[in-house]
Design a protein around this ligand. Structure first.
Ligand SMILES: Cc1cc2nc3c(=O)[nH]c(=O)nc-3n(C[C@H](O)[C@H](O)[C@H](O)COP(=O)(O)OP(=O)(O)OC[C@H]3O[C@@H](n4cnc5c(N)ncnc54)[C@H](O)[C@@H]3O)c2cc1C
Ligand code: SF4
Length: 467
């Protein structure tokens, strides 16, 4: 909660014990291969493991490079050193050159992407122009039984295109950072805000990484899910988890609104199971099922330290356009020139927007990580004081909003535990019944849905509090 950097170094174990480990793997990448590793915990989240000495060592290097370390630079400091000449500044989205709404117009990048296909288009363009030799991003895992997705380095346009689509699944950077250190070249990395922060913190300590990582492409972020999210899909779609071969979180259907997410599991026998997120007991993003605990103490919604960042344009008319639309914030002057040239050539269909527009597309995310964060810092401070740009507060929040924030937090904590118990007992109904009841209560509270919503509205405290 302090705006100042902590003097004393911290250890990986302190970060983990405080619930602040997001599982990015940056710390493990700094160790000799074999000394530490990223492994699954009992909740289906990736966490660092290693010798007791390594886990408990309060090393300066670790303290300066863990994205949740109170001894590390924050997003404002990183952005100020990276973009000193930025033309614009907004307290919510940081420093930037320009912002746009639109999509990739060239080929079928838009149809193949989760939103407007801009991330894959730009990654491919960087390779085509020879500005990078490889792109580190997230693809279906190869030859690895225990995970569906992992970071890999793509070195061709075809390989980059094969990685399109959002993966709401734990991934980590340790192997690609090691590859970047060992293999000369220039690289782009795609990542969520805390991962991009970890990369720039590492670049601050290691000139070799600074020289090789030429561009960072950030994704806006709501929160990180655990691997149990997919298992829950399988339970609810009547599929045996052992038989699941692949998962697509967001099937694209131009005939339906973009924000009507539909998931698909592909089974090893080639058949599919599909369901709309809305009909899944844990498919309401805002309710926080399977959320990583560190996300409760995050204040970067749109990857403020990345050279460019991309999200979904969650405002009308774009959220109803099933073809998918990006909202883009560009900070690097080189990338801004590249975008402008490509707009003029008709390869991109982008139009300028202001920072208010960007924030409106992520209204719920900003509320959760400004007003909600202030409340959580006061009400649920972690054992290790995090360094945030938001101060503890929320004393005067309406009762209904307080209940929403508390309930969201309890859902993320208890979804891990109840699912673990149901898994251990081989009793999926234990979890699905609990989750359905919890979701009904949450929807009544947050959206005035059903008879619970009707009752809460009659109590008349802050009726219709938005998410
Ligand atoms: C965990 C998570 C939470 C998100 N939350 C929000 C949100 O709250 N609001 C919002 O507007 N947008 C959010 N996004 C971003 C959004 O889902 C799209 O990724 C973004 O709009 C880019 O779409 P696109 O069509 O341009 O990308 P595409 O062309 O589909 O390319 C996506 C690229 O991202 C890479 N990628 C996929 N998953 C991951 C991952 N987990 N980590 C790193 N790289 C990955 C892929 O390999 C690919 O290169 C989130 C993304 C993730 C992964
Ligand atoms: S919400 Fe913040 S901490 Fe959580 S995954 Fe997204 S960027 Fe990382």
């Amino acid at each position: 909660m302090t705006p100042y950097r902590r003097e004393e170094p911290v250890s990986p174990q302190q970060i983990i014990a405080a619930g602040l480990c997001i599982g990015c793997g940056a710390c493990v990448s700094r160790t000799a291969d074999g000394d530490a590793a990223m492994t699954w915990d009992s909740y289906g989240q990736l966490k660092p493991t290693g010798s007791l000495a390594w886990l408990h060592e309060c090393a300066v290097g670790f303290s300066k490079t863990c994205p949740f370390s109170p001894s590390a630079a924050n997003e404002d400091e990183l952005a100020a050193s990276r973009f000193p000449d930025a033309k614009n500044r907004d307290p919510r989205i940081g420093l930037f050159e320009s912002a746009y709404v639109g999509h990739a117009a060239e080929a079928d990048f838009r149809a193949a992407g989760s939103s407007g296909g801009m991330v894959t288009w730009l990654a491919a363009e960087l390779l085509r122009r020879g500005l990078v030799d490889g792109v580190a991003h997230v693809l279906p895992a190869e030859g690895e039984q225990r995970r569906f997705f992992q970071y890999q380095i793509s070195r061709s346009v075809e390989a980059v295109r094969g990685g399109a689509k959002s993966r709401y699944y734990p991934v980590e950077l340790s192997s690609v950072l090691r590859q970047i250190r060992s293999t000369p070249g220039r690289y782009a990395i795609v990542g969520i805000p805390c991962f991009i922060k970890a990369i720039h913190l590492a670049c601050g300590e290691e000139p070799l990484l600074r020289e090789r990582i030429a561009f960072t492409l950030g994704l806006y972020c709501g929160h990180m899910k655990s691997a149990r999210f997919v298992e829950s899909f399988a339970w609810q779609m009547g599929a045996d988890m052992e038989a699941v071969d692949g998962v697509e979180y967001r099937l694209k259907d131009p005939g339906r609104p973009a924000n009507w997410y539909r998931a698909r599991l592909t089974l090893k026998d080639g058949t599919h199971r599909e369901q709309d997120w809305w009909h899944l007991v844990d498919g309401d993003w805002g309710s926080g099922f399977f959320q990583n605990s560190a996300c409760d103490f995050c204040d970067d919604v749109i990857a403020e330290t990345a050279d460019i960042s991309f999200g979904d344009a969650w405002v009308e008319p774009w959220s109803s356009d099933g073809r998918g639309t990006n909202v883009v914030v560009v900070r690097s002057a080189v990338l801004h020139d590249l975008l402008r040239e490509s707009i003029n050539d008709g390869r991109l269909d982008l139009r300028p927007v202001d920072s208010d527009f960007v924030v409106r597309t992520q209204e719920a995310g900003f509320r959760q990580r400004r007003e909600g964060l202030a409340f959580r810092l006061r009400r649920f401070p972690p054992s290790l004081e995090p360094r945030k740009r938001v101060r503890p507060g929320g004393h005067s929040l309406p009762a209904r909003r307080v209940f929403i924030y508390v309930m969201r937090r309890e859902i993320s904590v208890w979804s891990h535990r109840v699912f673990a118990a149901a898994r251990w007992l081989r009793a999926p109904a234990l979890y699905t019944r609990w989750a359905r009841a919890t979701l009904t209560l949450y929807r009544g509270l947050a959206y005035s849905a059903g008879w619970i919503g009707w009752c809460i509205d009659r109590l008349d405290f802050n009726r219709g509090a938005s998410r």
